[in-house]
Design a protein around this ligand. Structure first.
Ligand SMILES: [Zn+2]
Length: 221
């Protein structure tokens, strides 16, 4: 079932390692099949290198296992709650990438320091409201959904980044962009005071990308 989407999710999971965004099994990739509404998600606690598409799990929005021999990610509820709240998006990718997570550890949003970030992510990456030592409570999930709001990403306090997209490839692209922006911001701040794009400039950068590259990006308020 959903072989093509499971192959795409696995390919993105491999890219997390390729781009040095994860260590060991510390990342999650989830994508919704728009037709069936089922979600393909990476398995719990497994390094991705030797996996095949059949190791990718298929679940429904109530976390029932539909297909696949592996146990789905322990964070599956986080991904289904985001996708339930955002019918315009179909994928979420998560990692504990170093520079972006450092921003989460000091409770600081990742600013729009590059036009590329404006083009793709479309806004700063806000942190969740508080540290969640006991994840997967309804309050934790609600806080994440609220922090993402109408945007494309959030940074879980003292944990790591969630990046959304219309496709699983786009969610990866956003995750990589966020990590690069956090890294560039860190470097620029050693050199001086970086210019941060205004909301209007960010909006124009996002709209430019949307109209000229032709991606089906979600509308932002
Ligand atoms: Zn995590």
């Amino acid at each position: 079932m959903l072989k093509e989407l499971r192959e795409r999710v696995l390919k993105v999971a491999w890219k997390l390692r390729e781009y040095d965004l994860i260590v060991m099994a510390g990342g999650t990739v989830a994508a919704r099949d728009p037709e069936s509404g089922y979600v393909v998600i990476t398995p719990s606690g497994m390094e991705y290198d030797d996996l095949t598409w059949e190791d990718m799990c298929v679940i429904d929005m109530n976390l029932a296992r539909i297909d696949g021999k592996r146990r789905p990610s322990i964070a599956s509820d986080m991904f289904t709650e985001i996708l339930k709240a955002r019918p315009d998006l179909h994928a979420v990718t998560h990692s504990h990438s170093r520079y972006a997570t450092a921003f989460a550890c000091i409770n600081r949003e990742i600013p729009v320091t590059t036009t590329t970030h404006g083009n793709l992510v479309g806004g700063p990456v806000p942190c969740t409201s508080w540290v969640h030592p006991d994840p997967h409570t309804p309050e934790y999930l609600a806080d994440i959904v609220k922090t993402i709001g109408n945007g494309n990403a959030c940074n879980i306090r003292n944990h790591g980044v969630l990046a959304c997209g219309c496709t699983v490839e786009e969610s990866l692209e956003n995750l990589i962009t966020i990590e690069v922006t956090a890294y560039i911001t860190f470097i620029a701040e050693q050199m001086g005071k970086p210019y941060i794009l205004t909301p209007e400039e960010t909006r124009r950068a996002y709209d430019f990308c949307k109209s000229s590259v032709g991606q089906d990006l979600p509308e932002k308020k």
